[in-house]
Design a protein around this ligand. Structure first.
Ligand code: SF4
Length: 370
């Protein structure tokens, strides 16, 4: 299995916490940018003809801010250049402030069968504080347009002034309006973003408070029938994101567009983050790759362990043995002594205990430290 990711780097305005590659003032370049993305796909066509892709994920930025025709042409370009499996999962990210019936209709018509909606919080004052362009009411309108569709909702925790009740309300709203999948992320205040000043001023919840928010959110999601399958991702039965599961399974994926990353034939590589550079490369017939690294030796194992331990399924011992030729518990007996109290170890798998999944990063770092 392999996936395709396409990055659409345009937004209406920049959110206060955003450090993604997204440009709030360059929407006029959307047509030429998309033409370059279609061309980049064509440039990769022959190299990837032996692969079958099971997912296409259109992310950003805000894909729903550009004309829906470009998205339809993008799906067509993916199908023209690559072999997509029958029933491939095709997702587009939607900002509730940039959606309409016309857009949803064309998305569905061109084959998009999954939607990822950025709500973040159901409290309007918090949305304003984050710099989001939409209100709760616009989310509700968006969810009504997606009625009966398979859609995911993003929920953020750790916001300034946020209470546990705010989080439970946000989850309730997302579930009540039909979300089949919820991603619940903690706000990460990145240096260089406006929200970092709030963090330095001590205005954001501390890590203990965020952990309590996460625990309460998990309980709520469980009570509504959402099963956690990765630290931040919760799905109704059969609605796990195949695209993300592929990342955590160390599956292959190809990325198109500025800042998109890829993992193909054991090599990880990334497209330029610079929009002008991206245009220059594509228009001169060159691939816009700025860095690449062959993953080899122990790094393969480390990646596999790091990714698998993020998921509720954890490491399958039989799969590990098939891939690396050794029993996981024999090979890592010393590490298991170090962090064993955080793990469930059974005959068929090793996974981080539910109550520690939120701090999986430090457990994994400890596990992998030599
Ligand atoms: S909508 Fe998303 S990508 Fe755009 S500025 Fe906000 S957080 Fe960043």
């Amino acid at each position: 299995m392999a996936g395709i990711y396409v990055h659409i780097p345009f937004c209406k305005s920049k959110c206060r916490y955003c450090d993604f590659t997204s440009f709030p003032d360059k929407l006029c370049l959307a047509e030429s940018y998309m033409a370059c993305v279609y061309r980049e796909m064509a440039m990769r066509k022959s190299e990837l003809e032996s692969k079958t892709f099971d997912t296409l994920y259109i992310g950003g930025g805000t894909p729903s801010v550009i004309d829906e025709q470009y998205i339809a042409m993008l799906v067509a370009a993916a199908k023209r250049n690559f072999r997509l499996s029958e029933g491939a999962e095709i997702t587009v990210e939607i900002n509730p402030g940039t959606i309409s019936q016309k857009k949803v209709d064309l998305y569905k018509k061109c084959g998009i069968n999954r939607f990822s909606v950025g709500l973040q919080t159901a409290v309007d004052s918090q949305l304003r504080d984050l710099g989001r362009i939409h209100t709760l009411n616009e989310f509700i309108t968006c969810a009504r347009l997606l009625k009966g569709e398979n859609f995911s909702v993003d929920v953020m925790i750790g916001l300034k002034g946020q209470t546990i009740d705010d989080i439970l309300k946000t989850i309730d709203v997302a579930a009540a309006f039909g979300a089949s999948h919820i991603s619940m992320y903690a706000l990460s205040p990145e240096d260089g973003t406006p929200i970092y000043t709030d963090y330095l001023n001590g205005e954001l919840p501390d890590s203990d408070e965020v952990a309590q928010m996460y625990a309460a959110g998990c309980e709520k999601l469980k009570s509504l029938g959402f099963e956690r399958y990765e630290v931040s991702n919760f799905a109704k039965d059969g609605k796990r994101s195949r695209h993300n599961l592929n990342y955590w399974k160390r599956g292959e994926y190809i990325g198109f567009g500025v800042s998109a990353s890829s993992f193909i034939n054991g090599v990880r590589f990334t497209d330029t983050f610079d929009l002008d550079e991206y245009f220059k490369c594509i228009l001169s017939g060159a691939l816009p790759v700025i860095s690449s690294e062959k993953i080899a030796g122990d790094d393969i194992k480390d990646e596999y362990i790091m990714l698998a331990l993020r998921t509720s399924d954890g490491i399958e011992r039989a799969e590990y043995k098939a891939l690396f030729g050794k029993d996981f518990c024999d090979e890592f007996s010393a590490q298991l002594q170090k962090v064993g109290i955080y793990l469930d170890i059974s005959a068929d798998r090793i996974r981080i205990k539910d109550q520690y999944l939120f701090v999986q990063n430090s457990i994994i770092v400890e596990f992998l430290s030599k």
